[in-house]
Design a protein around this ligand. Structure first.
Ligand code: ADP
Ligand code: MG
Length: 140
């Protein structure tokens, strides 16, 4: 296993319920380290750009509206196999399919309002991290 970095977002449904810390604890308990972090309120343009890969999907407009309705917490997580490990801690996209103990099983409201985002590949992790952070903001 190699040390990787991945992009994580705590979504508006979770920041609104004040459970940012509870979610971060799950990442830390799994051996992932927060090496960059910021709380921001995305504009429509920022959300559209981030989710551009989903532009053709029927839920794109709703997803952009959801991601801009309240602040989000964006972090870079670092650790051994961080990309897959983060996805494991997050659980399946639909909370009904998410394994017990995962973030989405415990906290997600539904398939859209599912509390967290995580990069799905090394390639996308690099793209998403560069989109959200300057290199100097990643401090270890
Ligand atoms: P993941 O976040 O698990 O990587 P996707 O990349 O497929 O899932 O989808 C991005 C986000 O779009 C999901 O996390 C969720 O917020 C939303 N989403 C996915 N599928 C649906 C759907 N069928 N209906 C509504 N929203 C969805
Ligand atoms: Mg995805």
């Amino acid at each position: 296993m190699t040390i990787e970095r991945t992009l994580s977002i705590i979504k508006p449904d979770a920041t609104a319920r004040n459970i940012t810390g509870k979610i971060i604890s799950k990442f830390e308990d799994a051996g992932l380290r927060v090496v960059a972090q910021k709380r921001v309120h995305w504009s429509q343009a920022q959300a559209e750009k981030f989710y551009e890969v989903h532009k053709e999907r029927p839920f794109y407009g709703d997803l952009v509206a959801f991601m801009t309705e309240a602040p989000i917490s964006i972090q870079v997580l670092e650790g051994e196999g961080a990309i897959a490990k983060n996805r494991e801690v997050m659980g399946a996209t639909n909370p009904e399919d998410a394994a017990p103990g995962t973030v989405r099983a415990e906290f997600a409201e539904n398939i859209e309002r599912n509390s967290v985002h995580g990069s799905d590949s090394a390639e996308n992790a690099a793209i998403e991290i560069a989109l959200c952070f300057d290199e100097a903001e990643i401090v270890g």
